[in-house]
Write a protein that binds this ligand. Structure first.
Ligand SMILES: NC(=O)c1ccc[n+]([C@@H]2O[C@H](COP(=O)([O-])OP(=O)(O)OC[C@H]3O[C@@H](n4cnc5c(N)ncnc54)[C@H](OP(=O)(O)O)[C@@H]3O)[C@@H](O)[C@H]2O)c1
Length: 207
C-alpha cells in the first residue's frame, strides 16, 4: 500500500520506518524539503510536499503539530478528499487538550480514523511493542468501515492489537484520554496501573 505521511518529524519517522519494514511504500512530507529528504533517506521513504504526500497515499497520515493542521491541510488541498486519513495528533498542553480529529475530517474531506495518539513515539519505534507478554492494544475511532479496516491492518503491521474505539464522535474521548495519561506519566505515575483487567471492569461484554 502507498502511505503518504504529512509530517517529517518523530512520529513520521517512527511509523514510516515500521510500515516500510512491513512492505508499504512511504512518502514523508514537510515544509522544509531538506528535513523531509533527510528523514526519507534514513527510513527508506520518498519525500515530497504535503500535497504530493496526500496525493501519493492510498491513505494519508496526519503527523504534524496540531496547531499546524489548518495550514498543512490547506497546502494539501483536496488531495486527501475521499481517502482514508489517519490522525495521530494530540493538542495537549497547559491549556488541557483541544480536539483535532473532527477538524481534520472537515479540512481534509477524508475518512478520518483517530489512532496511534495514545503512546509516546518511542513505543512506536519498538518492534513489536509488547508489554508483559501482551501486544500493545491500539484504539481506533472512525466512521468509515474501509478506512477502519485499513487502519486495523496498519496497527497489525506494527505488531499491535487494534481495538474498536467507536465512531469519530468518540475520537474526542481518545484525545482526552491521551491528555490525561500524559499528565499521569509526566508526574511519574504508572498510568497503566489505573485500569483493572476486563473481568474486573464491571462491564458485561457480549459472549
Ligand atoms: N512524539 C510523541 O511521542 C507523539 C506521540 C503521539 C502523538 N504525537 C503527535 O504527533 C504529531 C507529531 O508529533 P512529532 O513528535 O512527530 O513532532 P515533531 O517531531 O516536532 O514533528 C512535527 C512535524 O510538524 C511539522 N510542523 C510543525 N509546525 C508546522 C507548521 N507551522 N507548518 C507546517 N508544518 C509544521 C514539523 O515540520 P518542521 O520540521 O518544518 O518543523 C514536523 O514535520 C503531534 O501532533 C503530536 O502531538 C506525538
Amino acid at each position: 500500500m502507498r502511505i503518504g505521511i504529512l509530517g517529517a518529524g518523530n512520529m513520521a519517522g517512527a511509523l514510516g520506518a515500521q510500515w516500510t519494514r512491513a512492505g508499504h511504500e512511504i512518502m514523508v512530507s514537510g515544509r522544509d524539503p531538506a528535513r523531509a529528504s533527510a528523514l526519507a533517506a534514513t527510513t527508506g521513504a520518498r519525500a515530497g510536499t504535503f500535497r504530493e504526500a496526500a496525493g501519493f497515499g492510498d491513505v494519508a497520515v496526519v503527523a504534524v503539530l496540531a496547531e499546524a493542521v489548518p495550514a498543512v491541510l490547506a497546502e494539501a488541498g483536496d488531495a486527501a478528499r475521499g481517502k482514508p486519513v489517519i490522525d495521530v495528533t494530540n493538542d495537549v498542553g497547559p491549556h488541557g487538550f483541544r480536539p483535532v480529529a473532527r477538524e481534520i475530517a472537515r479540512l481534509s474531506g477524508g475518512h478520518v480514523v483517530k489512532a496511534f495518539n495514545l503512546c509516546h513515539v518511542d513505543v512506536w519505534r519498538m518492534t513489536p511493542p509488547v508489554f508483559g507478554g501482551r501486544p500493545l492494544a491500539v484504539p481506533l475511532c472512525g466512521d468509515d468501515p474501509d478506512a477502519l479496516a485499513l487502519a486495523r491492518g496498519l496497527a497489525e503491521d506494527l505488531g499491535c492489537a487494534p481495538v474498536d474505539g467507536g465512531g469519530l464522535g468518540r475520537a474526542e474521548l481518545l484525545e482526552a484520554t491521551a491528555a490525561f495519561m500524559i499528565g499521569l506519566w509526566s508526574g511519574g505515575a504508572d498510568a497503566q496501573a489505573v485500569l483493572p483487567p476486563l473481568e474486573h471492569s464491571g462491564a458485561h461484554p457480549p459472549a
